[in-house]
Design a protein around this ligand. Structure first.
Ligand code: NAP
Length: 358
């Protein structure tokens, strides 16, 4: 089969003929149908987002049709269209450990252990390929997906699921005033879609890229775009203005920003008893004032990836029309020219993305 392989970090992504994945106990083989190529994929291949277990077929997430299912696997059935999350847990209740397959990412404190090394050594068949072999626990059957009119749009399900994990952890309730910092990014755009579906009353969509913000604002009159100027106090004032008051919930979906200022502006605008969820890729230490966190009774939560139940609930919302994917700007691509596709992906943001259709 054809696949995009990464021999080592920085070696470049190559189109290669590799052996078809062989079915093994506890796993299933998918024929990949649609896979999102995140905007930062090229940066990731050169080590800009953490270590990758190589050599590997790269690629996380996506939807595929199950072509072979091991006899001890019952999460999916042959012929199903399923979501591949790439999110694998040891399942050990006492000290759970988690990794992402075909990608960068070790959960918890991010430190490799015997278990995380083991998981990342066994599973090297990522989703930027015609077929992928995945452990059963990372597959979520999507009954009814075969009737969805445009499968390329479903490539965004993994990103939507991750955003949904953050929205759930924020305990957003209908009518809430919500801030999404990094709303001009793909994860931020997904978060705005999820917050709208959950009944947010007003959303301040904060970012720098004007055209991305415009697209997000066009989703619904409840979304108010806020152009960040990179000054904490000025950004906070603009957010308060857009919301018409303090926020119930802030969800930070920023990429690796050079300072914590915009994240902290999202903190500054929270009301008493407000909740802040950290979802993005900021690598800064946050200057959290103890007394304010205490007196304002702020709940501060992290959110990494999402449960299979959350991913399934996202699909149910799409199927029911609550999550409308028609606003997504999808560019489809094949496997033939990885370099061009990575460049196309790099140029996408917000509600625009590249769907690989191997
Ligand atoms: N928690 C999880 O489970 C999870 C899962 C997947 C990914 N992530 C992380 O989420 C982050 C966002 O993902 P993404 O795909 O949406 O990335 P992205 O497309 O790169 O978007 C990043 C967002 O951050 C903003 N940004 C980037 N650099 C900035 C800077 N220097 N100053 C101010 N704003 C800046 C961008 O603003 P403009 O475009 O407007 O400039 C955009 O709104 C990534 O870093 C990724 O590692 C987390």
């Amino acid at each position: 089969m054809k696949a995009w392989t990464l021999d080592s970090t920085g070696a470049g992504l190559r189109l290669e003929e590799v052996p078809d994945p062989q079915l093994q106990s506890g796993a299933a083989v998918l024929r990949m149908l649609a896979v999102q190529v995140p905007a930062y994929t090229r940066v990731l291949t050169v080590g800009g987002r953490g270590g990758i277990a190589t050599p590997t077929v790269l690629g996380i997430g996506g939807i595929g049709r199950m072509t072979a299912v091991a006899e001890d696997v019952h999460t999916v059935r042959t012929g199903d269209i399923a979501l591949s999350t790439g999110f694998l847990s040891t399942g050990r209740i006492a000290e759970p450990e988690e990794v992402l397959l075909g990608w960068t990412g070790i959960g918890g404190r991010g430190t490799p252990t015997i278990a995380t090394d083991g998981m990342r050594r066994v599973w090297r068949t990522g989703t930027f390929a015609e077929q992928a072999l995945m452990p059963a626990s990372t597959l979520v059957a999507l009954p009814g997906a075969e009737r969805y009119p445009d499968l390329a749009r479903l490539a965004f399900l993994p990103w939507l699921s991750v955003a949904a994990g953050a929205v759930e952890r924020s305990a957003l309730t209908p009518g809430d005033r919500v801030v999404v910092t990094g709303a001009s990014g793909q994860l931020g755009g997904a978060t705005v879609l999820l917050a709208l579906a959950r009944g947010a009353g007003r959303i301040a969509a904060v970012g720098r890229n004007a055209s991305s913000l415009e697209r997000v604002a066009a989703l619904d009159p409840r979304v108010r775009p806020v152009r960040s100027v990179g000054d904490r106090a000025v950004d906070a004032a603009a957010i308060l203005d857009a919301l018409g008051g303090e926020a119930d919930v802030t969800i930070d979906a920023l990429g690796p920003a050079p300072t914590a200022d915009l994240t902290m502006a999202g903190f500054d605008v929270l009301r008493l008893d407000g909740t802040m969820v950290l979802l993005g890729g900021v690598r800064q230490t946050l200057p959290m004032p103890y007394d304010e966190l205490m007196h304002r009774r702020i709940t501060l939560r992290g959110s990494w990836m999402a449960s299979n139940e959350t991913a399934y609930s996202v699909w149910r919302q799409v199927e029911a029309g609550l999550l409308d994917l028609s606003a997504l700007e999808v560019t489809t691509a094949g496997l033939d020219d990885p370099d061009t596709v990575l460049a196309q992906a790099e140029a996408t943001s917000g509600l625009g993305f590249v769907a690989l259709m191997p």
